[in-house]
Write a protein that binds this ligand. Structure first.
Ligand code: 5MM
Length: 336
């Protein structure tokens, strides 16, 4: 295990006022996103979109790391510079999504698990040679009266821990992403109970697999009601419940918690993060690792048209800057 490498990656990622841009949509997901702007998803259109994101002037002021999909890690900017080098030269740490996506969970037929552990050490060595310094593995949990089931919680925790142990052994910092989904009509209370169980098992498994807490990044969902629930909680309630559950279950040794946005609006994702950072002291850095909440306005503004690149980059920069302020608890609604 190369502790110096893990330490220096964590130090760079946790720089004050910065967070992570999740740009690791798999081909299926980016194709869905492009459909919303009537754009065909080809290797070149995906490259052009990532080029737009990564060449945004001043992005490094607010973004310390970017998670890439494997295809993107191997692509180049128009001038031929490999994307990981372009990012590293700008002081942005390149990361890589290493899970191979969701599959049916045979032990819990109506729930999902994540694949990709086979051959992971070999893939990580290749990704590292291409410039990746951190990795990401996402598991998901549905919330209903009966889910997430005990077996789904157990299997996903074991997977996250096995993945994280492999990453650390290779000097790669693992992002551990247990996402309690917002899909459904569950209450914030149900989400809180599910999140607490999930985190309890995740950290138990991480400890059993000798994963060092100091060298992971936790990427959780917030404690929030399902999208279809009839009563949405206030910004303050989401922030308070999220911090309450995290304080119960996340070791103080974990250096940073970088939330996912999970389908929240751009503004809500920023407000929640800001309010959490204004609450009582937490032992961890609290930041973002947003995908949609950073990209959606940029994607819409771009619309696949070259002449819109600059305007789209301004949209990305705006969200990055506002979320940067939220990591410091200094965001205000009138900045929108
Ligand atoms: C950016 O999307 C990531 C990859 O998703 P797929 O494997 O489904 O293609 C996703 O893991 C993302 O990093 C997290 O869900 C956070 O993104 P959001 O949009 O929820 O902030």
């Amino acid at each position: 295990m190369n502790i110096e490498q893990l330490q220096s990656t964590i130090k760079a990622i946790t720089a004050s006022g910065k967070g992570i841009l999740a740009a690791d949509e798999s081909t299926g997901t980016i194709t869905k996103r492009f459909k919303s702007i009537n754009l065909e998803s080809t290797e070149e259109s995906r490259r052009a979109y990532r080029d737009l994101l990564f060449t945004t002037v001043d992005l490094e002021k607010y973004v310390s790391g970017i998670i890439l999909f494997e295809e993107t890690l191997k692509q180049q900017a128009l001038d031929g510079t490999p994307f990981p080098k372009l990012l590293a030269d700008r002081g942005i740490v390149p990361g890589i999504k290493v899970d191979k996506g969701l599959i049916a969970n045979e032990s819990a037929p109506e729930e999902k698990t994540t694949q990709g552990l086979d051959g992971l050490p070999e893939r990580l060595a290749e990704y590292k040679a291409l410039g990746a310094r951190f990795a990401k593995w996402r598991v998901v949990y549905n919330v209903t009266d009966t889910f997430p089931s005990r077996i789904a919680i157990h299997i996903n925790a074991e997977q996250l821990a096995r993945y994280a142990a492999i990453c650390q052994s290779q000097g790669i910092v693992p992002i551990v992403e247990p996402e309690v989904l917002m899909d459904g009509d569950h209450s914030i209370e149900q989400c809180a109970v599910a999140t607490e169980h999930v985190l309890d098992h995740v950290f138990d498994s991480l400890a059993k697999h000798h994963v060092i807490s100091e060298y992971i990044i936790l990427k959780p969902s917030m404690v929030i009601a399902g999208k279809d629930h009839n009563k949405q909680a206030s910004i303050e309630q989401v922030a308070e419940e999220t911090i309450k559950i995290l304080k119960r279950k996340v070791p103080a040794a974990v250096p940073t918690i970088n939330f996912l946005s999970g389908g929240q609006s751009n503004e809500a994702a920023t407000q929640h993060l800001n309010t959490m950072n204004q609450l009582s002291n937490t032992p961890w850095n609290l930041s973002f690792s947003y995908g949609r909440a950073l990209q959606s306005s940029a994607l819409k503004t771009w619309g696949g048209q070259k002449e819109n690149v600059k305007a789209a980059q301004q949209q990305l920069l705006k969200r990055a800057q506002l979320n940067s302020l939220a990591t410091l608890g200094k965001y205000e609604e009138n900045m929108e």
